[in-house]
Design a protein around this ligand. Structure first.
Ligand code: GLU
Length: 305
């Protein structure tokens, strides 16, 4: 099989242990299968991106021996592809303009696993006097001419097992282009995974709830669905996901070997003690040859370090 995997960091700050785990897990899975490993900078949300962070992430990946194949893709340069996908959704009647404010949705809606469930206010037409601000896709398209996954949307994650989500009830019609004019992560990730020919998405389990939306968009756009592998998320002593918001410290390039070994232990790979005395390349060679992701079956989060 022609395996193509990817690591897709958002350059909102330096790599921390949690993002290293996603980078390393996706790299090992790709290389263990003699596949290609791509890097995509998810720098779509310019206001959240930190100047210099994308280059910093790439330098850190290099220092950790995680060499990517081909050119890095930058989402900030891909507006035309997202525009074309939105046009396709509009032409097929799957996307509609929404004039609701964030406040209105928050006030009126039920809460699902990913925030307020959109109540469908603008689905059939914009209320009088309203202008469309965002674009949403319908989640009520059964039966339809599209080759959509059946409702609830289900898939089997290689580590987390069978997953399913009732999109209309639990998420609601979701945004593909935001009121501020930015394309939404859900649309960009689907368009880019397809454009890069990604066959395997290996990423953190914090994105498990997003995957059904991505399957739905793949159905609407006529794109292939890759295999999904969701790795456990690294949490701190307070039980929070390591992130910029929870002030996760940056990983240090001059501690690459010790940090890689810690990331392998996090991924339950049982690296032998003597690896600590070797080189980065030796650590990665051992890890590629001995990669056993099944040791993480059912594991959604683990304490970091
Ligand atoms: N850019 C996303 C993040 O950093 C990852 C997206 C993905 O892997 O699908 O959380």
């Amino acid at each position: 099989m022609n395996y193509r995997g990817r690591f897709a960091p958002s350059p909102t700050g330096p790599l921390h242990f949690g993002s290293l785990v996603a980078a390393l897990g996706s790299y090992l899975d790709a290389k263990h299968h003699h596949g290609t490993w791509l890097v995509r900078m998810e720098d779509l949300d310019a206001p959240r991106c930190v100047p210099g962070a994308a280059d910093g992430i790439l330098h850190t990946l290099e220092a950790f021996g995680l060499e990517w194949d081909g050119e890095v893709m930058y989402q900030s340069r891909r507006s035309e592809a997202y525009e074309a996908a939105l046009q396709q959704l509009q032409d097929s009647g799957a996307a509609y303009p929404c004039g609701c404010t964030r406040r209105e949705i928050a006030d009126s809606a039920l809460h699902g696993p990913d925030g307020p469930v959109y109540p469908g206010t603008c689905r059939n037409s914009l209320p009088a006097g309203r202008e469309g601000r965002a674009w949403r896709v319908r989640t009520d398209l059964h039966p339809s001419p599209f080759s959509l996954p059946p409702s609830p949307v289900g898939y089997t994650d290689a580590l987390q097992g069978p997953q399913s989500q009732h999109l209309e009830r639990d998420i609601g019609d979701f945004v593909v282009k935001r009121a501020d004019g930015l394309f939404a992560y859900q649309l960009a990730v689907v368009v880019d995974d397809a454009a890069q020919g990604v066959t395997h998405v290996v990423r953190g389990a914090d994105l498990l709830d997003s995957t059904p939306r991505q399957l739905w968009l793949q159905g609407l756009l006529g794109l292939e669905t890759p295999a999904y592998v969701h790795l456990p998320v690294a949490i701190n002593a307070a039980g929070e996901k390591l992130s910029k918001q929870t002030l996760a410290p940056a990983i240090k390039s001059d501690e690459a070997i010790a940090t890689l070994v810690a990331a392998l232990e996090f991924l339950r790979q049982q690296p032998p003690a003597e690896l600590r005395c070797g080189t980065v390349a030796e650590v990665l060679d051992w890890a590629v040859a001995n990669w056993q992701p099944e040791r993480l079956k059912g594991c959604r989060q683990r304490p970091a370090g």
